[in-house]
Design a protein around this ligand. Structure first.
Ligand SMILES: NC(=O)c1ccc[n+]([C@@H]2O[C@H](COP(=O)([O-])OP(=O)(O)OC[C@H]3O[C@@H](n4cnc5c(N)ncnc54)[C@H](O)[C@@H]3O)[C@@H](O)[C@H]2O)c1
Length: 250
């Protein structure tokens, strides 16, 4: 048992697949009772864009000790061609959905004087990756939620942190991972030379959620194989080759 979550109740939004599903499994492996809130029908059916739906979910789960605000989506479109509908939908799920999830969780945690909240932000909280204006803005906004919620909830014994994943193999990124040429270029700037697996993000989420992170609040933990550090690029054909989905030194 890598982390001890025995006796804890946890909620994972977007826990039906990808990073959320891996987080659910990591929390369960530590002994937590985990409730998934997802539109996809696994666990309790909750649409995070609908506050009443979130509140109904928490009524079923009971007051949580741990909440992972992870549900998210992304639609690619050039900035100039991004419709108001794409903008509104993305912000509704990725930003307003997290606001509602964290606020609902906080209201249940405050009277109990403890809690740990982890938000799934992104390296796109910092980067201006093209064709993702709505996604990038939503993920940048999450840092505002992390900082403010950590500030206001700390006195109540509640910690609020974020993980910022780089490119992780999930349903959301299928298109990248099914196109080796795209991966090859993308991973040129990832010092570890590859994409991440959902479990590698889930381990960071579990750490931040756990008592091992008892003095960590307001932090954004980058889980990106070094990508944010590698501004000037890492890999090229002079010394390395791209094989089996990753860069390797010759
Ligand atoms: N995969 C990556 O490379 C990557 C990188 C950085 C951040 N992220 C973030 O990680 C989180 C999880 O994404 P993933 O890659 O596991 O994708 P995913 O598509 O596998 O999982 C997203 C989950 O969120 C659920 N969801 C979507 N809209 C919802 C709503 N309105 N209410 C409730 N649930 C909803 C989906 O049904 C799905 O189960 C997202 O916030 C995403 O932005 C992913």
């Amino acid at each position: 048992m890598p982390f001890d979550f025995r006796g804890k109740t946890a909620v994972v939004t977007g826990g039906a697949s990808g990073i959320g599903l891996a987080a659910k499994r990591a929390l369960e492996a530590g002994g937590a009772s985990v409730f998934v809130f997802d539109v996809a029908g696994a666990g309790i059916t909750v649409d995070v864009t609908d506050r009443a739906s979130i509140d109904a979910g928490f009524a079923q789960s009971g007051p949580p000790d741990i909440v992972i605000a992870n549900a998210g989506m992304g639609i690619e479109a050039p900035f100039a061609a991004t419709s108001e509908d794409v903008w509104n939908r993305t912000l509704a799920v990725n930003l307003t959905g997290v606001f509602h999830t964290v606020q609902a969780a906080a209201r249940l945690m405050i009277p109990r004087h403890h809690g740990s909240i982890v938000i799934t932000a992104s390296t796109n909280s910092y980067d201006g990756e093209a064709a993702l204006i709505a996604y990038n803005a939503s993920k940048a906004g999450l840092l505002g939620i992390v900082h403010t919620a950590a500030n206001e909830l700390g006195p109540h014994g509640i910690r609020v942190n974020a993980v910022c994943p780089g490119l992780i193999r999930t349903r959301l990124t299928e298109r990248h991972f099914s196109t080796p040429e795209v991966l090859k270029d993308y991973f040129r700037d990832v010092p570890l030379g590859r994409g991440g697996e959902a479990e590698e993000v889930a381990n960071a989420i579990a750490f931040l959620a756990s008592d091992l992170a008892s003095f960590i609040s307001g932090a954004a933990l980058v889980v990106d194989g070094g990508q944010m550090a590698a501004k000037f690029g890492t890999w090229n054909e002079d010394t390395a080759e791209f094989r089996d989905g990753r860069w390797k030194l010759r």
